[in-house]
Design a protein around this ligand. Structure first.
Ligand code: HPA
Length: 237
């Protein structure tokens, strides 16, 4: 059962997995939100914990940064560990002045400048959807306690730093709300394997106003997103 990147044994990974990018955030969630959390992966320091949220068994597994890293973990979790559902919980830069720091986004489409889909599945596309029924559950959960969340497309970038000054044309074409670097890989792998995936993001920096959060603030203050993801997970039938 262990794979090249995951040392967990059979049964140690839940059917539902939450994926922050940062291993420290995985640890923070396990320590603050899960009961009886056990460390189930530490290969390359990519920490994963399985524990209980209310009556639901859930694994929190870090994805690392970028499309290739997410592509590896999503594939291994779905294919080798028979995971059904992955919800990425990450951060993004915002392209819209209406979106403030710490606002939540539900990603219904990931748009990219990457050729991951062609490379992974010989399917050349720059846009992929998340799971509609899972998104519906996330929206219902959010509205059950008046959590504001904006649904829309995100640009999933291949590069964090750009020395070219033109912006990728896909951002305007698909009205992307912001930018991150992992959701396209997650949704592409899920779709190809017939599994469920979605992504909730917190705005960590604004590409319009240039405001940003510190890494410490980011680690600690994404509670609203974690709560929404966990409450959603507890409602999955
Ligand atoms: N760019 C890419 N990924 C990100 C950003 C960004 O500005 N902020 C958070 N994730």
């Amino acid at each position: 059962m262990p794979t090249p990147h995951i040392e967990s044994r059979e049964g140690e990974i839940a059917k539902v997995v939450l994926m922050p990018g940062d291993p420290k955030r995985a640890q923070f969630i396990a320590e603050h939100f899960l009961k009886d959390a056990v460390l189930v992966n530490d290969v390359r320091g990519m920490k994963a914990y399985t524990g209980m949220y209310q009556d639901t068994k859930v694994t929190v597994f870090a994805s690392g940064m970028g499309i290739p890293s997410m592509g590896i973990y999503a594939y291994e979790l779905y294919h080798f560990y028979d995971v059904d559902t992955i919800i990425r919980i990450g951060s993004c830069g915002s392209y819209q002045k209406e979106l403030n720091l710490y606002d939540l986004i539900l990603v219904d489409q990931a748009v990219t400048d990457s050729n991951f889909s062609e490379s992974f599945a010989n399917n050349k596309t720059d846009i992929v959807s998340s799971d509609a029924s899972l998104n519906q559950l996330i929206l219902e959960t959010a509205s059950s306690y008046q959590q504001k969340i904006t649904k829309g497309a995100i640009f999933c970038s291949e590069a964090f730093y750009h020395i070219a000054d033109q912006t990728p044309w896909q951002i305007e074409k698909y009205h992307c709300l912001g930018v991150e670097m992992e959701s396209f890989a997650l949704f592409t792998v899920a779709k190809a394997l017939g599994k469920k995936a979605s992504c909730i993001l917190t705005v960590s920096d604004s590409l319009v106003t240039k405001e940003e959060t510190t890494s410490e603030e980011r680690e600690k203050s994404f509670t609203a997103m974690m709560k929404l993801a966990l409450e959603t997970v507890s409602r999955i039938k």
